[in-house]
Design a protein around this ligand. Sequence first.
Ligand SMILES: O=P(O)(O)OC[C@H]1O[C@H](O[C@H]2O[C@H](CO)[C@@H](O)[C@H](O)[C@H]2O)[C@H](O)[C@@H](O)[C@@H]1O
Length: 381
Amino acid sequence: MDIKSSHTSPVLADPAPMNESMLGIHSGLLPYSPTGTAFSPALFLTIPRRKPGILDDVRSSGWLDAMKSSSPTHKKVIKDSSTEHDSDTAYHNWMLKYPSALASFEQIAICAKRKRVALFLDYDGTLSPIVDNPDHAFMSNSMRAAVKNAAKYFPTAIISGRCRDKVCEFVGLNELYYAGSHGMDIMGPVQPISKDQVKCIRSIDKQGKEVSLFQPASEFLPMIDEVFRSLVEITKDIAGAKVENNKFCVSVHYRNVEEKSWTTIAQSVEEILKHYPRLRLTHGRKVLEVRPVLNWDKGKAVEFLLESLGLSNCDNVLPIYIGDDRTDEDAFKVLIEGNRGYGILVSSVPKESNASYSLRDPSEVMDFLKCLVRWKKSSAL
Ligand SMILES: O=P(O)(O)OC[C@H]1O[C@H](O[C@H]2O[C@H](CO)[C@@H](O)[C@H](O)[C@H]2O)[C@H](O)[C@@H](O)[C@@H]1O
């Protein structure tokens, strides 16, 4: 997601992924002014006014294109060996631009020398494999052990689109920091004063430790609940559709919906969203994600956590972010633009990205975490 300046207000724009026409940003989003908010006005985005009452057809607005290409790692069945060879060659060529973080580990280690590495990890598709049922996206015990071990040596945070409680439950490690709802719900270390005038709530976590809670979209909670209920209702007759309440955003899954019904699902979501100009839509892996029109994303969450950890504006810090999805691009961008650290894209197919390196799948993510720990132990000798 880019924040582009248009006259006086920042406008949201998602990048078009490879081979994709455009991402379907909800057509009916209207400008609004936040009222009664405790947060910096810089958090709010103004969306350009469209002709009132006109709803783009989901086909022409690019929703279907985006939906069709929304799970690139879900490979098509390879029919013959020549197709297989072509896709291997394409992946190999793509890796010239996004080298394997494992094969390039020595290079990464040279940059990390005498620096404090901070780890940021996405959950679905990064720590756990993509599965049909989102409630069954369990992380393996070996991955859990690898993350636990990494967290002994590096400050480690999970940044997920899921609701924070759910991702905490899946990961099950107390020693990490967690950001849910695409970074709109962060439980981090206690911060003395926030320079962005953002409002953090001091709280106590399940272990009785004092923590800081940052929820920039808290005023959207009733709206998100209402939209969740409406989406459940409107999609109830679409076989395979599943709506997930992620607290500050809602996911509408269509992984198990027949492709011929994708238009229906897109139209249903658009039908609901036209009543909510303060909500917008983004695309994930076989999922439509409804979220507040707010200048806050996984990239902002990384910056926020670095600051909370006292690791921002330091030359001796190397943040590494590992993720597989479009929403992770915001974090990759923050790292690459400031030349601050490395984004690592998890993908088994070529994809345009702001990441510096790649890993093929969660098992390679686990190997990379183990390499980091081995390197840290050996460099401490
Ligand atoms: O930021 P993430 O941690 O990657 O969360 C993004 C979404 O992940 C989940 O959906 C995805 O994974 C499911 C389980 O493998 C899969 O069934 C689904 O098709 C994927 O889109 C999660 O359920 C969503 O709520 C998150 O927004």
